[in-house]
Design a protein around this ligand. Structure first.
Ligand code: HPA
Length: 267
């Protein structure tokens, strides 16, 4: 399936991409900044599902930014939308077959670490998979990687270092921490957030973990960053809302975009 998708894309797009970018809720407008942009709607790509989450557009955007050739997933597939883990894996493997050498992921996340504030950015150093699922379950895709992939350096240390260097150059505060991946779509309960904090989580969200596992399986270096769009359940005495997540995403996306653009210079 990924082979068919990649062949189709290659037949439509002449640009080659060195770096893949997956943009989170409210953060997709970076793709609008690419020079010489070429687009392919997910619905036109064989085997690709259609993205339905609010704030997500649903297309691949090829183009240049900071002197690098990129392919952006503007909109991603979430487990909570009902997509299978296999469907979530497909775009990552497709990007791998298109020849990307690294993958940058952004997400909107709840702040579990009580020293974090809404609007903060965090580079992910590791994750806790609370989805109860794994995209690699089933026959192993031997063409991509081994049955039991190592996950001990999944969030590539050299890329994290480059992110910190870029943040420093821009004067942006950048935390480093552990992302806890849940399925959603309900937000977590205060008791769950308390438990995740004890386990070592700093942010919590409903994406990224499946994509990162697939990337790790195919030895694709990963840099992932969370934008704290809200404090997680129970941290503040106020309800959580999806609108707030998208609103903060939009407000802070300029900073995250500037950071990604600066990181690209470093790659
Ligand atoms: N929990 C889960 N996912 C999220 C959150 C949250 O608090 N904020 C943004 N995405």
């Amino acid at each position: 399936m990924p082979k068919k998708a990649a062949e189709f894309i290659k037949s439509k797009i002449t640009q080659e991409a060195q770096i893949g970018l997956i943009l989170g809720s409210g953060l997709g407008s970076l793709a609008d900044k690419l020079e010489n942009a070429d687009f392919i709607a997910y619905e036109d790509i064989p085997g690709f599902p259609k993205s339905t989450a609010p704030g997500h557009k649903g297309r691949l955007v090829f183009g240049r930014l900071s002197g690098k050739n990129l392919v952006c997933m503007q909109g991603r597939f979430h487990f909570y939308e009902g997509y299978s883990m296999e469907e979530i894996a497909l775009p990552i493997r497709t990007l791998k077959l298109l020849g990307i050498e690294s993958l940058i992921i952004t997400n909107a996340a709840g702040g579990v670490n009580t020293s974090f504030e809404v609007g903060d950015l965090m580079v992910i150093k590791d994750h806790i998979n609370m989805t109860g699922a794994n995209p690699l379950i089933g026959p192993n895709a031997d063409d991509f990687g081994p049955r039991f992939p190592d996950m001990s350096k999944t969030y590539t240390p050299s890329l994290r270092q480059k992110a910190h260097k870029a943040a420093e150059a821009l004067g942006i505060k950048l935390h480093e921490g552990v992302y806890c991946g849940c399925t959603g779509p309900s937000y977590e309960t205060p008791a769950e957030i308390k438990a995740f904090r004890v386990l070592g989580a700093d942010t919590v969200g409903m994406s990224t973990v499946p994509e990162v596992i697939v990337a790790a399986h195919s030895s694709l270096p990963v840099l992932a960053m969370s934008l704290v769009t809200n404090m997680a359940a129970g941290v503040l005495d106020q309800p959580l809302s999806g609108e707030e997540v998208i609103e903060i995403g939009k407000k802070k996306s300029a900073q995250l975009q500037a950071l990604v653009a600066e990181i690209l210079y470093e790659l």
